[in-house]
Design a protein around this ligand. Structure first.
Ligand SMILES: Cc1cc2nc3c(=O)[nH]c(=O)nc-3n(C[C@H](O)[C@H](O)[C@H](O)COP(=O)(O)OP(=O)(O)OC[C@H]3O[C@@H](n4cnc5c(N)ncnc54)[C@H](O)[C@@H]3O)c2cc1C
Length: 403
């Protein structure tokens, strides 16, 4: 009996463990290396829609994921005094009860980790420093662990993928900026929000607070368009100062209290809102999945679904190809590309709606949200578009027998 293909995955968030699950189910030998010392906490809610819901069903975790649904009731736009000026129901944002799911990001990563922890080798607190593609395999060097040879290396290491940089070169070639930055952090639910999200916009900036998981905990958010901004991805202190600078003179609503809470948060997340667009997602023995290959931006609400479906398709094509990984990578791209492009389009549209550039546009948006007929027409249009994109792929039946 031939020994199973050895596959190394970089990144343990959504795409990494989802891919590991399917590869293990098909009989591959899987290792995951994650930069963080343990599963990373943090993030807002993420959406699972359309084809991704079906993939979770086939993974046997759909009911568990549904049970963790945030059950948000709506997003409320408030003015500087906290008065509600417009409302968007969750259904209008594409979350249809019992069809699409919104779950806190770290609840989902916890479920996927639990599903794979006994089947997959996890290496924490480490990172790949070099990949040499040879006839025999991919020779991988690590920051801390001893070098090892694998048959394949898959980058599931997110927007700033290390595997992508090592294999395809600098991020700038593939990054399409959408012009804003986001910060998310946990704080006490001192406003007693009950499955609600409040947003306050001033030109070029939005600040928000949301509570879903329990009454004691909330998430704060700052979204803004900088004049120009250079920051170090590893320097959290510097990133907090950049957010504070952007909102220092904004005294409306809860802005200053949220800034204080951000400074005290230990799960502060900060990143640029952008997309990754690449002409190809594989090279030799290396391929990319999830945000590493085709990040649609957090504002699209589609990144998690793309990662789950991408993991399913990549693993399935590797199974079908029976060792011919080049054929599998090509089939993965063929099957996924149009689906990815459709979902990235939503990311580009959403970026425009979350940050308004002038007071007039903010007032216009809020006024429109108060008109029931405008709202329901907008909802229907948005829902149709999101549902079409989220279902824009036909999932193959890859079968269950191992390779
Ligand atoms: C902390 C955090 C908070 C987030 N919050 C939100 C949110 O609120 N809303 C939203 O829509 N999206 C959020 N995202 C992004 C969202 O998770 C993804 O868009 C989507 O789920 C696709 O997941 P992914 O697994 O491809 O990438 P990601 O979720 O970005 O995961 C990438 C993983 O790779 C790891 N990694 C990075 N570099 C290396 C390396 N050198 N070696 C090994 N591992 C590495 C990271 O630590 C992370 O665990 C967040 C991501 C993170 C990491």
């Amino acid at each position: 009996m031939k020994s199973p293909m050895r596959i190394l995955i970089s990144g343990s968030s959504i795409a990494g463990p989802a891919l590991a699950y399917w590869l293990h189910r098909y009989g591959f030998d899987v290792t995951i290396v994650e930069l963080a010392p343990a599963l990373r906490k943090g993030g807002f809610g993420v959406d699972v829609r359309g084809a991704a819901v079906e993939v979770l069903r086939q993974m046997g975790v759909l009911e568990q994921v549904r049970a963790a649904d945030t059950h948000m009731t709506g997003v409320y736009f408030v003015n500087g005094n906290g008065k509600v000026e417009g409302r968007l129901s969750e259904a209008g944002m594409g979350n249809r009860q019992d069809v699409d799911i919104e779950i806190m990001r770290d609840d989902l990563t916890g479920i996927l980790y639990d599903l794979t922890q006994d089947a997959v080798r996890y290496i924490w607190n480490d990172s790949i420093t070099g990949i040499r593609d040879t006839e025999e395999g991919a020779e991988v060097r690590f920051d801390r662990s001893e070098p090892q040879t694998f048959d394949l290396v898959i980058g599931a290491d997110g927007l700033h993928s290390n595997v992508r940089t090592l294999t395809f070169g600098a991020e700038e070639q593939f990054k399409q900026t959408l012009g804003c930055f986001i910060s998310i952090f946990t704080l006490d639910n001192y406003l007693n929000l009950d499955h609600r999200e409040l947003l306050h916009s001033v030109p070029g900036k939005t600040v928000g607070m949301k509570s879903a998981r329990s009454s004691a905990e909330a998430k704060g958010m700052f979204l803004f368009t900088p004049e120009s901004m250079v920051f170090s991805r590893r320097d959290t202190g510097m990133q907090k100062e950049l957010v504070a600078d952007a909102f220092r003179h904004e005294t409306g609503w809860e802005t200053q209290r949220l800034l204080q809470a951000m400074h005290e948060a230990d799960d502060f997340y900060f990143d640029e809102i952008c997309q990754i667009r690449m002409p190809s997602w594989s090279k030799g023995r290396v391929a990319l999945v999830g945000d590493a290959a085709y990040c649609p931006s957090p504002l699209s609400g589609q990144g998690t679904s793309l990662a789950i479906v991408g993991a399913f398709v990549l693993a399935g094509e590797l199974k079908l190809a029976n060792g011919d990984y080049a054929a599998a990578f090509a089939a993965y791209e063929r099957h996924m590309r149009a689906f990815v492009e459709q979902n990235q389009k939503i990311g580009r549209m959403a970026a425009g709606g979350m940050i308004e550039r002038s007071r007039f546009k903010i007032r216009l948006r809020n006024a429109m949200l108060r008109l029931p007929f405008v709202m329901s027409a907008m909802f229907r249009m948005m829902m149709r578009m999101i549902a079409k994109a989220a279902n824009g792929i036909e999932l193959k039946a890859y079968g269950d027998e191992p390779v």
